[in-house]
Design a protein around this ligand. Sequence first.
Ligand code: UDP
Length: 239
Amino acid sequence: MRGKLMYEGKGKQLYASETDGELIQLFKDDATAFDGVKHDVIAGKGELNCAISSFVFEKLHTAGVGTHYVRREGTAEMRVKALDMMPVEVVVRNVAAGSICKRLGLEEGKVLPYPLTELFYKSDELHDPMINTEHAEMFGWATRADVQEMRAVALKVNAVLSEMFAAVGIRLVDYKLEFGKCGSDILLGDEITPDGCRLWDAETGRKLDKDVFRRDLGGLSEVYHEVANRLGIAIAFDA
Ligand code: UDP
């Protein structure tokens, strides 16, 4: 049962629950890009993201990755463990796309020799600048050991998800992960959905993620439905 609203972000709300140490994460129908400059409401998106994220967290749990996921509750709601979120995001890249192309002058689609991890400091004001381990340690955002652990988990997630998507004809290009502390454990938090991943059709290269919204390439709901369908996830909402 949802209690008091504790936090509201661009794509989700976090509510207290009746159980200490657990929260209800509600996925909104809002789509935003470019730091919120582009915004739309897409009916059914919350359900799609909740269903996809729940499915992915269950896969990761089976593979031994510790996450905040407890269970799905309701159409667009997921019960999660309350985490003390780290202000450092981890991006994993298998193929060059997005900001790395601009930053390093790489061609979109260039396959990287091995999975690359990058760190970003979570700050809307500063537009999430890229940082390294020294910045994280120096400014108290994460210790060297925390960073090492987040990177190791991010690469394990990469192995599990690359294989899961490859099995349904999807290429996992890149994605962003957020972590938080629960006592002394570092757990994977937030969400794993096509909002925070780049997913390309393995045959045609067609984009099946939020770039469809960012670049006005068609209906977002349709492509998220396609990702859910391919993974065998049942969705009640009709595109
Ligand atoms: N990403 C995200 N939230 C962010 C920044 C990045 O979910 O605040 C995801 C993004 O969707 C992509 C990956 O992380 O799958 C790498 O993003 P990139 O650094 O290329 O930034 P972009 O140019 O896409 O914002």
